[in-house]
Write a new protein. Structure first.
Length: 277
C-alpha cells in the first residue's frame, strides 16, 4: 500500500508540473485534477503485474487493464467532488440513481492521455481524461431561451464572430474575492437577482463550451476564444453562496452587461469568462 501511494504521488506530480506554467484554473486533488479552464478532468491510474502471469506480454496487458480500472475509479471520485453551483456539488447530484448510472457510463468512455509509462518495478501508469461537457449534458436542466437572431453564432463555435466595435463577451474580474470555480456559476446584482444563470443562456452552448470560462490573468482571458475581440470587463464586488462560486457585481455594471447582451447575445451564448486568483 505504501508503494502504491508513492507511485500515485509521483504520477500526479507530472500533472502538477505541466500545469504550473499555465494560466488555467485547476483544482488539484490527491487522485487527479479538475481543469475549469479547458473543461476537463484527469486521473492517473496505476497497475501492478499480478502474480502467476504466464509471460511478459500477458503481464503488460494485465497491468494496463488494472491501471485503466484504477484511473476510472479515481475519475468517479473526482467527479463526485466537482462543484456544480454555489450550494451543490456532484456528490449530491449523484445520489439520484439515474444521474449516477449516466455519469458512470460516461466515465467508462474516458480517453487515454498520452502513452502508458512502464516503470522499472514492472508497474505501469496511465492517465485518463473526460470532458466536462459530457457531465454538463447529464446535469444541466433542459432550460431554453429565445432563439438567436439571424447571423448570430451557432452552438459549438466556441465564440461569436467578432463585430467591429461590438462587445464579444464579458470578463468578470473576481480576483481578491476568494471566488471558487464551478460548473454552473451565476452572476448576481446587488439585490441578489441573477443577471446570468439558468434561463439566461442557451443549454446547447453551455453543454458544448461550459457555462463560463476561467482564467488567472486578464491577458490570458482577453485571448480566450470565448470572449476574443472586444470583451467588456467588469469588477466583481463580492461572492455569494456556501461554495463562494456566485459573483455579485454593481448595479451600474449590470446595466452595461444587459445592453451588451441585448445587442450581442453575450450571455445567451455563454460568452462569459471569470478571472480568479
Amino acid at each position: 500500500m505504501k508503494r502504491y501511494r508513492m507511485k500515485r504521488l509521483i504520477g500526479l506530480s507530472a500533472i502538477l508540473l505541466s500545469m504550473a506554467f499555465s494560466q488555467g484554473v485547476v483544482t488539484q486533488l490527491d487522485n487527479g485534477s479538475i481543469n475549469y479552464s479547458d473543461q476537463t478532468m484527469a486521473a492517473v491510474g496505476i497497475g501492478f503485474v499480478p502474480q502467476n502471469v504466464i509471460n511478459a506480454g500477458q503481464a503488460r496487458r494485465m497491468a494496463l487493464r488494472i491501471a485503466k480500472q484504477d484511473a476510472l475509479r479515481q475519475l468517479i471520485e473526482i467527479v463526485n467532488g466537482v462543484t456544480l453551483t454555489s450550494e451543490t456539488t456532484m456528490s449530491g447530484a449523484m445520489v439520484d440513481d439515474v444521474i449516477n448510472t449516466k455519469v458512470r457510463g460516461f466515465i467508462r468512455g474516458a480517453r487515454q492521455v498520452g502513452d502508458p509509462k512502464y516503470l522499472s518495478d514492472t508497474s505501469v501508469e496511465v492517465e485518463y481524461s473526460v470532458s466536462m461537457s459530457g457531465i454538463s449534458d447529464i446535469i444541466l436542466p433542459p432550460l431554453t431561451v429565445a432563439a438567436p437572431p439571424p447571423g448570430a453564432a451557432q452552438p459549438g463555435t466556441g465564440a461569436a464572430t467578432p463585430t467591429t466595435g461590438g462587445i464579444t463577451g464579458v470578463i468578470i474580474d473576481a480576483r481578491g474575492l476568494k471566488t471558487r470555480p464551478a460548473m454552473a456559476p451565476r452572476i448576481l446584482d446587488q439585490n441578489g437577482n441573477a443577471v446570468y444563470g439558468p434561463g439566461t443562456y442557451d443549454r446547447s452552448y453551455a453543454v458544448t463550451n461550459g457555462v463560463a470560462g476561467y482564467s488567472k490573468t486578464l491577458e490570458a482571458a482577453q485571448k480566450d476564444p470565448r470572449v476574443l475581440g472586444n470583451p467588456l470587463v467588469v469588477k466583481g464586488i463580492s461572492t455569494s453562496g456556501t461554495n463562494r462560486t456566485d459573483i455579485v457585481i454593481s448595479n451600474a455594471d449590470v446595466s452595461k452587461i444587459d445592453l451588451a447582451n441585448r445587442s450581442y447575445n453575450v450571455l445567451k451564448d455563454c460568452r462569459v469568462l471569470i478571472l480568479l486568483d
